[in-house]
Write a protein that binds this ligand. Sequence first.
Ligand code: HXC
Length: 526
Amino acid sequence: MSAQKEKPKQIEFKLLSMPERLEKLDKYRRQIVIGGGPKRIEKQHEAGKMTARERLDKFFDLGSFMEINLFAGRPLTEKMEYPGEGVVVGFGTVNGRPVYAFAQDFTVSGGSLGHIHAEKIWRVLDLGAKNGAPVVGFNDSGGARIQEGVDALDGYGEIFYRNTIASGVIPQISVIMGPCAGGAVYSPALTDFIFMVDKTSYMFITGPQVIKSVTGEEVSTDDLGGALTHNQTSGVAHFFAEDEDTCLEKIKALLSYLPSNNLEEAPLVPPREPEGNPEELLNIIPDDPNRAYDVKKIIRLVVDGGELLEVHEHYARNGVVGFARINGQAVGIIANQPNHLAGCLDINVSDKISRFVRFCDCFNLPIITFVDVPGYLPGTDQEYGGIIRHGAKILYAYCEATVPEIQIILRKAYGGAYLAMSSRSMHADSCYAWPTAEIAVMGPEGAVNIIKRDEITKAEDPNFTRKKLVAEYKEMFANPYVAATLTYVEDVIDPRDTRKKIITALKMHANKRETRPRKKHGNFPV
Ligand code: HXC
């Protein structure tokens, strides 16, 4: 062996110039931005769906979207397996207001959720909560990335945790624009609102094939978990859109009514007069108290521009809930709908109303309640289904709320249902009644049959006697004046003055402060 050591070889580093570095940056960017590539993008379009980036581009104000963590994920190589990790996240403005968003990219491994994909979603949820801005999530995914096993499940778990902690702090909106199955459905379910697009989106815990193998039941994907099913039947979704463009516009409309977070007020806009002539308010409620009418006609004649953005429009139609403006101020509107099940309270409408009351209370939106309710829906279905515990949700939600609450009694306000619908006894702030209001323990016929049973059965002409007694009862009790003399309503008003009264009441209660005893949290009757 020679004693002389070999000279080490010189390692040569190629020094890149700025243009070369920019070229590399641009190459990586383009590689990620193209997602799953032209073929998969084309497939997405053929299915009537936009890509994740197209959705974000259309959703945000022109040029305002700024992507976060574009490079997150696997090492940047010539052939990236999961460009962008199958999700695009970032920040932008919608009508000039800040919003965070994530959009799952179905062209990359079916938008499946791996750990880094999840981390990108956590990031925008954290940023939204910390900076007080809504988070909108566009869901289009085959669920947990199977190859990542429990790591992917942790991804979901941490999303659920963040959804829950941010609940009531910032508005969270889920938009389903493709598959959303298995445990993945629970992030949307933990957020405030779910939008679904007809024909291209679906949600279910177990799909048609599993159902068939377990129960033998055959059902199509759309019938099981499509947009119509969840908007009409299950109540899981709050908004239905015919296509993705309409859906994006609806989300923007919803955001326009909401404050960015729980410490802000909703934006004020220039007031507009309602749709139509207020004189029409005199002709909507039929003279016959047993005839139905559409309460939305009344709402449109009271709110700015006659515009009501209904939530759960197709679900539990015996109640109407939604956002509107009065004198430029965003409010929550709640009403019984006599056109459907006579406006009775049942299990589903209890969920619909109580959830909406709680949302408004979280985000400082005054609540205006229009009452025409004959009572709780009778029947074994309702009793066995737990109308007692479901009905309690409405009482709890109104009692718990500390935002201004204004009640307008239009016609029937009977029994426990009267109490539930934002009554004075539940500490509503201002209660008004139309001259058509009937505020009583129960309807005249039922009441007379109970308290005058002897007199009716012993009468020579029981029918005539019943009718006479019903008329007397109506005169005595089924009117707004007993409640007014006892101060349960502040005023009996001309229907044409409804809007004026609400505007004044909103001013009266604008600085309302109501505190509650210190506690961890109440035990909402779920
Ligand atoms: C990894 C997935 C995937 C997944 C889809 N892909 N889902 N990769 N993990 N979960 C991939 C496919 O392999 C395929 O890759 C590409 O995405 C597109 O999928 P296709 O099947 O070709 O698309 P399509 O025919 O439109 O069907 C879409 C689909 C189907 C209905 C979503 O892919 C499907 O059923 N996927 C599995 C769904 C599922 O069971 N997920 C787990 C749910 S349980 P290539 O490379 O071939 O294009 C869950 C638990 C969450 O999510 C628990 C939270 C607590």
